[in-house]
Design a binder for this molecule. Sequence first.
Ligand code: ADP
Length: 458
Amino acid sequence: KVNNYDVVVVGAGGAGFSAAITAKNAGANVVLLEKMPAVGGNSLISGAEMNVAKNWVQPKLGINDDSPELHAQDTFKGGDKKGDMKVINVMTHNALDAAKWCKDYIGVNFEPDNLFFFGGHSRKRALIPEGHTGTEFISKFMHKAEELGIPVITNMKMVDLIKNAEGRVVGVKAEMNGQEYTFNAKGGVVLATGGFGANAQMVKKYNPKIDERFKTTDAPGSTGEALYMAEKAGAQLVNMGYIQTYPICDPISGVIELIADARFDGALMLNQDAKRFVEELDRRDVLSHAILKQPGGYCWVLWNDNIGKISNTVKTHTNEYEAFTKQGIMKTCEDLKCIADFTKMPYDQLVKTIDRVNTMTGKGNDKDFNHRSGLMDMSQGKYYVIKAVPSTHHTMGGIRINEKAQALTADGKVIPGLWAAGEVTGVTHGTNRLGGNAYTDIIVFGRIAGQAAAQAAK
Ligand code: ADP
């Protein structure tokens, strides 16, 4: 079956929706293909915080000295200077416009007075969607796509890119229920197929250190086959070995424990000996490797109401609270004795650790691990504890793109008709993606790719 469009967008996550909606508004006849039965990809299950320097919440919190330049520097440094500064600058300088588009045009609701502070950032700058997950974005994107009459075809898997005799990408081959479909694209194809974190073999192939011990936080569609199709079409794959693990995940399913985000407000990470072993706000890769070095390769995240009244995660993530408690990896206690009984951490050492923390509260006072935002007083309950392990989370590598989201060959030439946006690309985050940068990346470059592909159809 042959279908003709101006623009074909592959992958219905945040990048794909941003591209398709933008292409449509630029006058293109566009289709969005998704191989899974449901849309959303990793974008749906993400915490979906979005880093935006100079956003509208910062002044309310007294933050008036942030800038896209600073955000770019944090991103570059956070990725060990392996990212492409030209591409990073495009991301950070278009972040505010992208966020306003989400808020004012797509209808995404953000918390009006609250921002998220991820590790590696020099300013608090991440906008928080209502509900603290990607559901807020994806449901509003889906609604907008319907309103605009964009066909979103699920269960439709891209299996190849089509090139013409001149080397231009002019469409995709896809499959649904064993039947083959052709989607011709007059302007071009936008690849927004996400990463490969759910493909354990591919992860191990590119980074043998990340082996069977790691589960994944990712949506099941993050299997990366589209990367090979892009490679076959001439695109260079770069930074493929840089695979981010998320440190705090469910030891059984691998999913992120959003409830343990109390860590950002002072929750401690303890090993089975009831000892701290790392600065809790260090980078994800540092935390992940530190956890794997502890006895059993896991840790306990512990906080109390003093921290909880700020982070509020137990109330925000009631589903997790009930599920993890029932599953037997989480416990709420009035006192530390109960925590020690549940976790089997030695009670004496636990008391010693907490007593020491209580003498080092406040910014600049943590003599052991130099906690950057300051330890919190933990002398009073209730206490909350959850067991956690690292999982693969984000694949930093992927298709090499330029500032215009065009796919590039190994010698830096543009592949005509092929754009890529989001986790499928490989030059923004270097060795390590900072928290809150995925959403900025996918919206900014999704819009750029969609706009350009629509333009090319004219
Ligand atoms: P991003 O954050 O970059 O938008 P997501 O993981 O949110 O990435 O979305 C990528 C989407 O692409 C997922 O829903 C995934 O199922 C889909 N996808 C991946 N490979 C293919 C493919 N070969 N054909 C169609 N859809 C795909």
